[in-house]
Design a protein. Structure first.
Length: 464
C-alpha cells in the first residue's frame, strides 16, 4: 500500500464541531442498530410467521433497504433548500413514526403491517443517512474528510452490536421456536410478536429524545444553501445531476456501493443460517457468532481509521477485498468450524468499505455533494436487490454443484451462496484500484468545474 503524500496536521474533527459531530454520531449508531436488527431478525420472522418461505423472509430486507431508494432524492432536495439540520430532524421524525408501527403489527399479528413499518422507519434512516454523511464530510477540510467519515461510521457498528445484543438476549432468548413435531399455537406466535415489537417501541422514545436535543441545539449550519442557489441555473437539479454523471468516480461509486451494501447485508443476515446448517447449532446460539463478526468489524474499523493517517484508504480497501474473496472461498470449501471462522472474518474485511467508497465518490464535490449523497444513499437499494438472489439459491439450489459433492445438500446450498458475496467483492476491488487516488485530480476539475480542493469550509455555503 502506498503512503499518502499530503500531511494530516489538522484534527479530524475541528474543535468547534465536536458537540454537533457527537450528536450526529448518535444518529449513525441509531441506524446501525436497526440495520443489524433487520438482518439478524430474518430468521426470527419464521418463529412469528411459520408459514413464510426463505424468499418471504427476505422481503423484510427488501422493504428495509428498498426504502433507501424512496426518499433519498427528496431528502437531498430538502437539505439543499433548507439545511442539514432540517434533514436530520425529518429523518428522526419519520423513523419514530415507523418503529411505532410495530404496535398495530402486534395487535393484528400481520406480516404485511410489519413490512410497512419496516419500510417507513427505513425511509427515516434513508433521510438520516442522506443528511448525516455529507454533514460529517463538511465538518472540516476535504483533506481529512474520508478519515472523518470513517471515524463517524465507526459508531455505526457499535449500534449494530447493541442491536445484536437486543436480538440475542431480549428477542431470541424469549422466543418459542417451532419444531416439525410441535408447531406454534396462536398464543405462542402472539408472544413471539410482542417480544419482537417491544425493542422497536423503546427505540421510538429514543428517537423522539434525540429529535428534541438536536432541535434545540445550535448546529454549525444555518441554511442548506445560499439563497442565490435557487436563482442560479447552475445549481438546478438537472445541471447538478449532469455534472455528477460526468464524473466516473462518482457514478461508478454509486454502482459499487450498490453491490457493497448487498454484500454486507448477505454477509450478516445469513451468518446464523450458515452456523445452523454447518455446525448444527440453534438460532439463539448462532446469534453469538453474529456478535463475534460485529466485534471483528468494529475492531478492524478502528484499526483501519488509524492507519489512514499513513496509508491510502482506497489501497487498504482493495487489499481487504482480496482477503475477503479468499475468505468467501474458505466459507464454501473449508469444513465445519473452519468455514464458520471464515464467515465471521469476512466482516473484518468489510469494515472500511462503505465510508471509503462514499468519501471517494463525493471527494471535493462542493455544493453538488448534497445530491451526490442522495445517489449514494439510493445505492443502499443493493441491500434489497442482492439478498433475494442469495435467498433464491437457498430455495431453488442453483449453485450447490460448485461444492463438488463435498457436503450434504442443505449445507452445500448455503455454502455455495458465498460465491455471490465473492462476486460483489470483486466489484469493490476494481473500484478501489481504479480510483485509488484520494485527492482531487486535474481530470476531475476539467470534467466538473464545481469540484473544489480542500478548503475547510462547509460545502453548502451555509453559516458556520
Amino acid at each position: 500500500m502506498q503512503s499518502q503524500n499530503s500531511p494530516h496536521s489538522e484534527p479530524v474533527v475541528p474543535k468547534q464541531y465536536i458537540v454537533p459531530f457527537l450528536l450526529l454520531v448518535s444518529c449513525f449508531a441509531l441506524w446501525g442498530l436497526v440495520n443489524a436488527m433487520a438482518e439478524a431478525l430474518v430468521p426470527a420472522f419464521q418463529s412469528v410467521f411459520p408459514e413464510l418461505t426463505n424468499m418471504s423472509k427476505a422481503m423484510s430486507l427488501t422493504a428495509h433497504y428498498g426504502a433507501y431508494a424512496f426518499l433519498a432524492i427528496p431528502a437531498s432536495i430538502i437539505v439543499k433548500r433548507y439545511s442539514y439540520k432540517a434533514g436530520v430532524l425529518l429523518g428522526l421524525g419519520v423513523f419514530a413514526i415507523g418503529v411505532l408501527g410495530y404496535i398495530p403489527s402486534t395487535i393484528f399479528h400481520s406480516y404485511d403491517l410489519c413490512l410497512s413499518s419496516i419500510f417507513i422507519y427505513a425511509s427515516g434512516c434513508s433521510i438520516l443517512e442522506t443528511s448525516c454523511n455529507p454533514y460529517v464530510l463538511s465538518m472540516g477540510s476535504q483533506e481529512t474528510a474520508v478519515r472523518r467519515l470513517n471515524f463517524a461510521q465507526a459508531f455505526n457498528p457499535v449500534g449494530c452490536l447493541i442491536g445484536l445484543v437486543i436480538g440475542k438476549f431480549i428477542i431470541f432468548a424469549n422466543f418459542i421456536e417451532p419444531t416439525a413435531a410441535q408447531p406454534l399455537t396462536d398464543a405462542q406466535q402472539s408472544s413471539n410478536m410482542q417480544w419482537l415489537a417491544t425493542p422497536y417501541v423503546i427505540l421510538a422514545l429514543v428517537a423522539i429524545a434525540m429529535w428534541l436535543i438536536i432541535f434545540f441545539r445550535k448546529m454549525p449550519e444555518g441554511s442548506g444553501a445560499d439563497k442565490s442557489d435557487a436563482l442560479d441555473p447552475s445549481q438546478s437539479f438537472t445541471a447538478t445531476l449532469k455534472r455528477l454523471m460526468s464524473l466516473p468516480r462518482y457514478y461508478w461509486g454509486v454502482i459499487t456501493q450498490f453491490f457493497y451494501v448487498g454484500l454486507q447485508t448477505m454477509a450478516w443476515a445469513y451468518i446464523v443460517d450458515y452456523a445452523v446448517r454447518t455446525v448444527q447449532i440453534d438460532q439463539a446460539s448462532g446469534m453469538s457468532y453474529y456478535i463475534y463478526a460485529m466485534v471483528c468489524f468494529i475492531v478492524m474499523r478502528i484499526i483501519c481509521t488509524a492507519l489512514m493517517k499513513k496509508y491510502n484508504p482506497a489501497n487498504m480497501m482493495s487489499l481487504l477485498a482480496v482477503i475477503g474473496i479468499f475468505l468467501c472461498l474458505g466459507a464454501i470449501y473449508l469444513p465445519g468450524w473452519s468455514g464458520l471462522i471464515c464467515v465471521i472474518a469476512i466482516s473484518a474485511c468489510l469494515s472500511l468499505m462503505f465510508p471509503t467508497i462514499y468519501g471517494i465518490a463525493l471527494r471535493g464535490l462542493g455544493p453538488d455533494a448534497k445530491l451526490g449523497a442522495a445517489g449514494l444513499i439510493m445505492s443502499i437499494l443493493g441491500g434489497a436487490a442482492v439478498p433475494p438472489i442469495f435467498a433464491a439459491n437457498l430455495d431453488h439450489d442453483f449453485l450447490s454443484w460448485t461444492t463438488m459433492g463435498l457436503f450434504p445438500e442443505a449445507e452445500a446450498i448455503v455454502r455455495s451462496s458465498y460465491y455471490i458475496l465473492a462476486a460483489c467483492l470483486v466489484i469493490v476491488l476494481v473500484y478501489g484500484i481504479r480510483f485509488r487516488n484520494t485527492h482531487v485530480t486535474p481530470e476531475d476539475e476539467e470534467e466538473n468545474p464545481f469540484v473544489v480542493e480542500a478548503t475547510g469550509e462547509l460545502p453548502s455555503g451555509g453559516k458556520q
